[in-house]
Design a protein around this ligand. Sequence first.
Ligand code: SF4
Length: 378
Amino acid sequence: MLLRTRGISINIEEPVVGRITRNAGYTGDNSILICENGLPSSRIEKFACVLTNQESTDWQGDHPVVFKVPSFEHLNEGDLVVVSQDGNIKTLYRINSFHNTLLATERCNSNCLMCSQPPRDRNDTHRLYGIYEKMIPMIPKDCFELMISGGEPTLMGELFFQLLQLIKDQLPETEVHVLTNGRSFAWNNLAEKLSDLEYNRLMLGIPVYADYYQMHDYIVQAKDAFNQTILGIHNLARYDQRIEIRVVLHQQSIPRLTRLSRYIYKNMPFVEHITFMGLEYIGYTPYNIDKLWIDPHDYMDELGEAVEFLSGQGMNVSIYNSQLCVLPEALWKYAKKSISDWKQSYLPECERCNKLSDCGGLFTWNLKKHSEHIRPFA
Ligand code: SF4
């Protein structure tokens, strides 16, 4: 699914954040009008920006407009977008989706072998915060859930806490899920600062890939990461913060998976949720595929043992990004349809599978790298 398009911008001096409409009579604030049949002759100044597929050749106005936008198909009435000076139109919030994510920063202090969004060292936090500061008050108050990801969101520093406070104030009913490597919370003052927000709708999703520091540090390509993450988790627990452990399943994590499950139970019995996640074939993964790939069919014994052990201890366990035909039936009760709608796909043979509606399918980018054991149920 398209989340970005681009045209030729005129009169845009700073990013314009607004709500998409196709109704030229709309009177709401911060609206961005889509005109597929030429610009309106009047009222154009009522809109924060106008997007059109037409050529810019004979237009003389001084209002922000993006011309020659190739497609509007992916934009729905009420979606929130940011239009940049260079004509980029990026979707920030999709009104009809439960899967909306704010990218906090592209910077990260880890460099995981299988990172799906490889970090970039650029100072983007103030620019992104400036966009979200305008966008968050426009999000519908009944928004069920927002995800905050990176990079490493805590590298926003003070802005990380300001962002959470803003969401808490503007969207008090919204569940917020922050994906963090947890390392920053090894510094107790940051865990304490987070707890000062008194934000009970906040959950921190933190990856732990092994019960042994050398293996975890190798997977995340960062010295001392394991010790910092485990200390961070304990500091967060000290302040009653809600924690989810995320384990990505691949060639490096599978050999110690059952030991990891015991480590989690023994050392972190307070976590609210543990999820075991299939590998995404994007970002660094294709480059490290020889070190990472194992057919999911071939790790079902280890996965089953880890999941059943934790569940047997009364812990809340899930399996994400797996296909029902690859999982033994005994594990289906743990499988969640976890892949966000905009990146979820099925193989052609799935069309004749009678479990299609129950199965979470594949990441779109995993259509070219998936288990050899995908078989439709007759
Ligand atoms: S065949 Fe496709 S829809 Fe059916 S269980 Fe397998 S992946 Fe899911």
